[in-house]
Design a binder for this molecule. Structure first.
Ligand code: MG
Ligand code: ZN
Length: 217
């Protein structure tokens, strides 16, 4: 019974996700669904990404949050268009939410749309929102066991950002085994080590994004 309900929900979601994807393709917008645990550094990475890219291309952001507008307020300071979605406790974004949020964006003026999903390693990976790629942030402080404990999100993502890499020496995070687990789960996965406080790996990430939209770096 429950399985059937879930299948119907996902089926309806996928239909709207496909409509979103079609609309974004028509408007020539590349869409990234940025996922990761609470505190993994999604918003900080987004701030760095926007400050590096906003002079080259037009970037817009959809901010998913459980209750507050705290992240959207941080993004607004970067002078990019941002739409806030409050899920009122909902633990992931879905395609209908993105469809509604897109109505408040000027789609003719966007090259790259980044969707910051709700902090959660589980169901955001199950809900297609109409993105081109999913990206997941895994911070060093979360532990190297997360890829095997939450395999779907790492299988679904085109890129994993190993964030807060500057803290590696203060933790027992085994970088080698984490990389091995990630590559076993998802052969060909792009892995980038980043730190927002020490400005590490950010150019690899933004260059990767520019490559995806065929912008000469
Ligand atoms: Mg955030
Ligand atoms: Zn959820």
């Amino acid at each position: 019974m429950e399985v059937k309900v879930m299948k119907n929900i996902l089926g309806e979601n996928d239909k709207i996700a496909e409509e979103n994807r079609k609309l974004f393709r028509e408007k020539n917008i590349f869409v990234v669904n940025l996922m990761g645990s609470p505190g993994s550094g999604k918003t900080s990475l987004l701030e760095k990404t926007l400050s590096a890219l906003s002079e080259k291309i037009n970037v817009a952001v959809i901010e998913g949050d459980l209750f507050t507008a705290k992240d959207a307020e941080r993004i607004e300071r970067q002078n990019v268009s941002v739409v806030q979605i409050n899920t009122a406790g909902g633990c992931h974004l879905d395609a209908p939410m993105i469809s509604r949020a897109a109505e408040s964006l000027d789609l003719d003026k966007i090259d790259l749309l980044i969707v910051e999903n709700v902090g959660n390693l589980v169901c955001p990976a199950e809900f297609d929102v109409g993105e081109n790629v999913k990206a997941v942030v895994l911070s060093i402080t979360e532990g190297d066991d997360k890829p095997l404990k939450y395999p779907l999100i790492f299988k679904e993502s085109a890129v994993t950002l190993l964030n807060k890499i500057d803290l590696l020496e203060f933790t027992n995070f085994n970088l080698e085994s984490a990389r091995e687990d990630l590559t076993t789960l998802h052969p060909g996965l792009k892995i980038i080590e980043t730190s927002c406080t020490k400005n590490l790996g950010l150019e690899d990430w933004t260059n990767w994004l520019l490559e995806q939209i065929n912008f000469p770096a």
